[in-house]
Design a protein around this ligand. Sequence first.
Ligand code: ADP
Length: 505
Amino acid sequence: MAREHAGVKILMATSEAVPFAKTGGLADVCGALPVELEKLGHEPIVILPAYRQMRTSGMPIEPTGIHFEVPIGNKMVEGSFLKSHLPNSSVPVYLVHQDHYFDRPELYRENAEDYKDNCERFVFFCRSVLEAIRLLDLHVDVLHANDWQTGLLPAYLKLEYRGVPGYEQIGSLFTIHNMAYQGVFWHWDMLLTGLDWKYFNWQQMEFFGNLNLLKTGLIFADRINTVSPRYAEEIQSAPLGCALEGVLQNRREVLSGIVNGVDYREWDPAVDGDLVAQFTPETIEQGKAACKADLQSSFGLPVSPRTPLVAFVGRLADQKGVDLLVATIRDWVQSHDVQWIVLGTGDDKYQSALTMLAERFPQRVATRLEFSNRAAHRIEAGADMFLMPSRYEPCGLNQLYSLKYGTVPIVRATGGLVDTITDANDKTIAAGSATGFQFSEYSPLALAEALQRACNAYAQPEVWKRIVQTGMRQDWSWTASARQYGDLYRMTANQVRRGMVAGNT
Ligand code: ADP
């Protein structure tokens, strides 16, 4: 049981965690947050599937010798638990071993097609997590589920395990990392879950005739959170609620947001080995000049110290506002002395539009259509401005890296971008709180207006220096976010202890 100010024992169930398996930001959160929680005196434990990818984690992985079987539809499926830990910590990591489900080349999909048995695979994973608590004697206060892959956990806890000794006091927290991915499956997959058909109704697990695992998590969890306070607000209405806005409105009393942190061991220009020159807030002038020249020459652009260099790094997907980026480059490329660097992979339509621009205007536009961590670091260090015109952004990490690298973010005012960037205007510049430039309307015109404001500020070195210094000196490490998670876990555990669980069974 969680005491008021003591550490909380948390079982964090996830489909990915660095360094064992990664396709996106969820893996970064689940690899970094538990390490910080442990430093704060909590007792986190991570559990995830034992995918093929784990073999390249570089971590020692041992069998526990604990085997189990769980019902999947009308059959029993066997599995076992492996054990490891998170690097630079003693946070235990359990891996659910079941080769038929998890020993595959990828995590969820191959050749642009989802694995056909994804529902079955994650029913199995969720049932294994519940069994792990008993079989591994984990004594947890809070079961922390993440995204649709673990959406069944709060339901099983409430519907099947509530009366089981050892489970009565466990609270459940469900974190949404992106509302757009919901784990929607045809209705017959309800049979795989083993839950009664009576829960297959529009107020619980059903969603326009299908089974929806994200919705299931939102309905049955004791508390819900997402990766920024603004996104927590936005998903309570259309379109960002992705048709679950009604569910989230109903549960708004237990819904909150916590911004993700940055791993400054990896993203800090003072120690970044990928840069030609490291720099701090004191040495940025020389440091950035060297990094910028290096970036310009390696991308084949003229080395021009006073030309504003605008960068974009990210997935070339609709979510990221790449259509606005392309439209703005087209509008500006002949009329403004600005250089553009784009690093990303994604939709063909964006790749070809960007390639055409780079071919036509090689003095001003350079693109690299690949995934390169090293290039991402060098761009963060060498650019003057970092553009994120996202349609929606649950949290966003690049803008936080940019702050640390003295690269001023220009962002659309959505989700985590609102919560982390303070728009530069006369008042915020004078107050020393400005860190970037925001625009609201999703249009090339609104973006151009923000970009013009940024270029005007860039032309005034004293103003620019102030904005850069404010951003560089901010602390977006995991420490502050982990503290907030600690409070949230405590609240979740106490809510259950006081019998304040949602009456949704
Ligand atoms: P999302 O998780 O929605 O893709 P985030 O901003 O939260 O967006 O995180 C994206 C991460 O992936 C960042 O660390 C970013 O630098 C990295 N990234 C995206 N595309 C590339 C790329 N082409 N090369 C290198 N890193 C990339």
